[in-house]
Design a protein around this ligand. Structure first.
Ligand code: OGA
Ligand code: NI
Length: 337
């Protein structure tokens, strides 16, 4: 029997007045967060033109010669913006690194912005490639997409606040200097027999608040289903975004909501393109258990931590050492199939 997939949720009531449909939306999101930490949204207000444009610009960048792409390597800038070559990551420590290449962008802040001066997490400047067909368009699409998705992420957080019995404005301080990471990804097809050697992206959980992912029609994204102890496909739905919760949300909610393992194996024989957008609050914001999530006996399970400390720590853990705890747990459960 096919493993149950994360639900597809109509987000349009968010844009309308208070209504039973809006209450239903809140209810659907709550259930998805408790069972999967993953769902898809349709009718989210982001145009197909913008979605198509970012995939198109991404294809143009990844289609450049490797020497050109390497000019934008993350190491050149040292500020986590730019190109990440194939097999740079290896989440599951397999024989070969993960079969994806990426390009990182975010808010393009002025050099004298106090957050840039203080070196707060991800408060920096972009590097935009000039060798793509239309560099002005590339830049316009990236910045426009980032702006639009920031608005959508704040909307998703407003609904998430309601799922937790909180005021819709609970997370609205995310508007000031949020931590925004826009990642273009390209997954070449894997050899059909290479599944034991490599992943497109190995099993991991996301670090931040919420992730909003645009995937093309190729497929290959899978999420761990805790109920059936198996991998569930996240089948591409035309026009949909995948939404998933990062680790920060489990701290906020005292583990009431899940931040679930996911991975990509691109067995389609085709190139796959996706664009994850990672959204977290202002780096100075303290993440601590929300009032409605405190355990009556034990209180909060996790000590308060700032967004800056948390993200820096998670990056160091993931890219400096190998012990991603949730992955170790999955291995122990014999889930590696
Ligand atoms: C990620 C991720 C999935 C995808 O970048 O964290 O899970 O479909 N990406 O590219
Ligand atoms: Ni992820």
């Amino acid at each position: 029997m096919a493993v149950q997939e994360p639900p597809v949720i109509d987000f349009s009531p968010f844009y309308g007045p208070e209504s039973p449909a809006k209450d239903k939306l809140v209810q659907e999101i709550r259930e998805a967060c408790e069972t999967f930490g993953f769902f898809q949204i349709i009718n989210h207000g982001i145009s197909d033109d913008l979605r198509d444009a970012i995939i198109q610009q991404s294809k143009e960048f990844f289609g450049l010669p490797i020497e050109t792409k390497e000019r934008y390597n993350l190491d050149v800038n040292g500020n986590n913006r730019g190109y990440e070559r194939l097999r740079s990551q290896n989440f599951e420590k397999r024989d070969k690194g993960d079969l994806e290449e990426g390009f990182y962008l975010g808010p393009h802040l002025p050099l004298d912005d106090p957050y840039v001066v203080q070196g707060r997490f991800e408060q920096t400047r972009n590097t935009y490639p000039v060798e793509v067909k239309d560099p002005g368009e590339f830049r316009g699409v990236m910045d426009g997409y980032s702006h639009a998705l920031t608005g959508l992420a704040i909307g998703v957080l407003q609904m998430l606040a309601r799922t937790l019995g909180l005021d819709e404005a609970t997370f609205d301080d995310c508007r000031d200097h949020p931590v925004v990471i826009l990642r273009l990804l390209h997954y070449p097809p894997q050899e059909p027999d290479a599944s034991h050697l490599e992943r497109g992206i190995g099993a991991h959980t996301d670090f931040g608040g919420v992730t909003i992912l645009l995937q093309d029609e190729t497929g290959g994204l899978q999420v761990w289903n805790n109920l059936s102890n198996d991998w569930a496909d996240v089948t591409p739905i035309p026009g949909a975004f995948v939404v998933n919760l990062g680790n920060m949300m489990t701290r906020w909610t005292n583990d009431r909501y899940l931040s679930t393992l996911h991975r990509v194996i691109n067995k389609s024989g085709k190139e796959r393109y996706s664009v994850p957008f990672f959204f977290s609050p202002n780096p100075n914001k303290v993440i601590e258990c929300l009032p409605t999530c405190l355990d009556p006996v034990q209180g909060a399970k996790y000590p308060p931590v700032t967004v800056h400390e948390w993200m820096v720590g998670r990056y160091a853990d993931t890219y400096g050492r190998t012990n991603d705890q949730s992955f170790e747990e999955m291995r122990k459960e014999g889930a590696e199939k």
